[in-house]
Write a protein that binds this ligand. Structure first.
Ligand code: SF4
Ligand code: SF4
Length: 109
């Protein structure tokens, strides 16, 4: 699950442009696996399909896309920039799993 956003979020939007995986969305916005990634449609996956928002009123992180910034930065960028410290660890994922996720999202990097 990686990083998650708690109910303390004040909707400032500072975190969204910092995410290297485009895993952060404004509350109520639909999201896609293909946003900010190199995923393309194939026989088993259509990453261009819009998915339902995970939260309506506050920003949310798509756990399937969050790598805790592994592969890009040494620290989670949303955690660093959030002014109210509401980006917090979710379920634990091994670093190896986060690298696999990052390589899945960005095949050419
Ligand atoms: Fe995006 Fe990094 Fe925050 Fe995960 S930890 S949501 S990859 S900025
Ligand atoms: Fe919410 Fe923090 Fe992101 Fe601002 S930076 S939108 S308070 S999670």
């Amino acid at each position: 699950m990686s990083i998650k956003i708690t109910e303390k979020c004040i909707n400032c939007g500072a975190c969204e442009p910092e995410c290297p995986n485009k895993a952060i969305y404004e509350g109520g916005k639909k999201w896609r696996m293909s946003d900010g990634t190199s995923l393309i449609k194939n026989k088993t996956l259509d990453p261009t399909i819009f998915q339902k928002p995970k939260k309506k009123d506050i920003y949310f992180i798509v756990s399937e896309k969050c790598t805790e910034c592994v592969g890009f930065y040494n620290e989670p960028q949303c955690v660093i920039i959030c002014p109210v410290q509401c980006c917090v660890p979710g379920n634990y994922e091994k670093k190896e799993s986060l690298i696999v996720k990052k390589n899945f999202l960005h095949r050419n990097r």
